[in-house]
Design a protein around this ligand. Sequence first.
Ligand code: AMP
Length: 434
Amino acid sequence: MISKKFSAPRGTADILPEETVLWQSLENQARQQLSLYGYQEIRTPVFEETGLFARSIGQTSDVVQKQMLTLASQNTTVDQGKELSGLTLRPEGTAAVVRAYIEHRLDTKESLTKLFYISPMFRGERPQKGRLRQFHQIGVEVLGPQTASAYLDAEVIVLAVNLLNSFGIKDFQLKINTLGTREDKCNLAGILRQQLTSEIKNCCPDCQQRYERNVFRILDCKNHSCKAVVARLKLDGSHLSPASQKYFQELCDTLKLLNVTFTVDTKIVRGLDYYTHTVFELTSPSLGSQDALGAGGRYNNLVEDLGGPAADAVGFALGVERMILARPEHQKVAMPAADVFFIVPDEANLNEAARLLEETRRAGIAGDMSYQTASLKSQMRQANKKGAAFALIFGGDEFSRGTATLKDMKEGEQQEVVLNQIVATLLAKLPSRR
Ligand code: AMP
């Protein structure tokens, strides 16, 4: 019988060791940057009640309408009397963080809560380059009662820009816009419908439905004829109240003060319902059609809408896979190398070598061996492949004298070392391990 060969599900990717080093370096840089700005990590479950996403992201958003990966087998499950129906793999981080903020009353612990996550997200999209069903985001959320401030928005934007810079990504663009308050957003929807009245017939069938249900989404449609219609729209910020205009002006002024290059694009509205005031997008032309590296904005009503206290909030999410695609090619990250590789051509010496290898590891030295009694030559090849700084050769003659040969793989120098001095000798030669 030919057994079926399994492969990773469509739209997902295995991240193999030579890539994980890149991921780790990116994550480490992110953690460093995030701690400079005072953010702390939050880890929420990978699935949540479906209703959480429908209520926060919006029933009419693309994510909720088309991309939710809902766990079918949960429909009838009952756990400790509590029905587990309607669980969905999280398509984004904000809703879950807000749920946790409310559930744990984080508003009572700190006046301003700065959280970050580095997590997988799941969307049932049609996979293509840069668009996966399981992808990863580095995101931040800043929440607190009465904390809306253009300065904070600017700081969050600067953080996103600095993260991209720290990953070596240079050719990106920052576009910002403001939606204003909820009332301003209603005005904007009215202006859009009015300008689209005579044009909507030229739009795709999806957008014709969006006209009534969620007119903002027409601005994000990728269809050519819709794009042409959107290009003719004239949006000048007239939907904004004087206070909202002032807020946005302060944001622009602060970004200039902080030396951030940006353009104002009045057609950025973001597909998710919860945004108010500031919205922004970071794009890279090197990414082709899926050019968004990340996006974010302010959402001052969401915490209260989900049953929490009145709290303002702002955040963003950067896509890790896209950042890796946009990183310069030459920035390869080396695999971690072994400090020492034990070479044991003679099986009789294996026990003692294994005991010493464990001793070196307990002393904090990265040691490895071949586990097979292959020839000296082939074991030396393996030591080279592992990038080992030293090889320790347990040759027969030396071993009978209670010694082994330590070879510096770079310099080629060799010395005989007494077996019980091996750890001390290696530590002396490896300053970083002391
Ligand atoms: P969004 O919430 O859709 O604006 O997503 C924020 C960022 O996550 C985007 O700018 C992308 O970098 C990334 N992203 C979103 N969806 C996907 C996906 N299906 N595959 C890979 N990356 C994605």
